[in-house]
Design a protein around this ligand. Structure first.
Ligand code: CA
Length: 229
C-alpha cells in the first residue's frame, strides 16, 4: 500500500512517516505543497494524507487538483483548525476524512485503515449485464431478453462468477474454489454438470450463446459481437 504524506512540519512529518512505515505502508513524504502537488498528480497512491496549511500550495488546492483530474484517491486531511467552515469546505472539495491536530498516532492509523477498507471494498454493484442477459445481485434475479430465468443458488453463484469475469477463461479449479468452496477434484464432474444446467437455462432458447467451453482450460462467458472476418 502506497501512501503520500504532505506535511511541512518537520516533526509531524517524520513522526507520520516512521509510524506508517513501521505499520507496513510504503510512504512517500513531501515537505511542501509544491512537491506534494507534483507527487499527488503524477504518481499513484492508495491514500493521501494532506496537511491543510502549507506555505506554498495549500492542502485545499492539492485536493482540488486531484478531484478536477478525476483522481479519486482517498484523502485524509490533517488540520489544526477545528472550524465547521473548514470541514464543510473540505467535504465539498472531496476530502474523505479529517484529523484535527494534535492527534495520536493510533488515531491516524485507525483512520487510514478504515479509509482503505472503505475504498477498497468490493464494488457494491447491483446489476451485471452481458448482451441481453441481466442479473440483479441484490434481488438475486436473472433475466434474458426480458424473460425471467430461475436458477438454483449454486447456478446463480456460478453465473455471477462468470459474468464478473466476462471474457476471461475460468479454470475448473477456480470455479470449484469460488462457487463450491472446495479443492478441485478431477474425479468429480459437478462443475460440468452445473455448467450444462446453467447453459440449458441461459443459452438454449437464446442467441447469441454466451457460455463457452474452452477445451482443456475451462469455461468463459463472452459475448462475441463480430464474427465477420
Ligand atoms: Ca502545516
Amino acid at each position: 500500500m502506497r501512501l503520500l504524506v504532505v506535511e511541512d512540519e518537520i516533526k509531524t512529518a517524520d513522526y507520520l512517516r516512521q509510524g506508517l512505515t513501521e505499520a507496513g505502508f510504503q510512504v512517500s513524504l513531501a515537505r511542501n505543497g509544491l512537491d506534494g502537488h507534483h507527487l499527488a498528480m503524477t504518481e499513484s497512491f492508495d491514500l493521501v494524507i494532506l496537511d491543510v496549511m502549507l506555505p506554498d500550495v495549500d492542502g485545499w488546492r492539492i485536493l482540488q487538483s486531484l478531484r478536477e483530474a478525476k483522481n479519486a484517491t482517498p484523502v485524509l486531511f490533517l488540520t489544526a483548525r477545528d472550524s465547521v467552515d473548514d470541514r464543510v469546505k473540505g467535504l465539498e472539495l472531496g476530502a474523505d476524512d479529517y484529523l484535527i491536530k494534535p492527534f495520536a498516532f493510533v488515531e491516524v492509523l485507525a483512520r487510514v485503515r478504515s479509509l482503505l477498507r472503505r475504498t477498497q471494498a468490493p464494488s457494491t454493484q447491483e446489476e451485471l449485464q452481458v448482451a441481453d442477459l441481466e442479473i440483479n445481485l441484490l434481488k438475486r434475479r436473472v433475466s434474458r431478453a426480458g424473460k425471467r430465468i430461475n436458477l438454483s443458488h449454486k447456478e446463480f453463484c456460478l453465473l455471477e462468477l462468470l459474468m464478473r469475469h466476462q471474457g476471461e477463461v475460468l479454470p475448473r479449479s477456480i470455479i470449484a474454489s469460488q462457487v463450491w468452496d472446495m479443492i478441485f477434484d478431477s474425479d468429480t464432474n459437478v462443475i460440468d454438470v452445473a455448467i450444462r444446467r446453467l447453459r440449458s437455462k441461459v443459452d438454449d432458447e437464446f442467441e447469441p450463446k454466451l457460455i463457452h467451453t474452452v477445451r482443456g482450460m475451462g469455461y468463459t462467458l463472452e459475448w462475441e459481437q463480430d464474427h465477420e472476418s
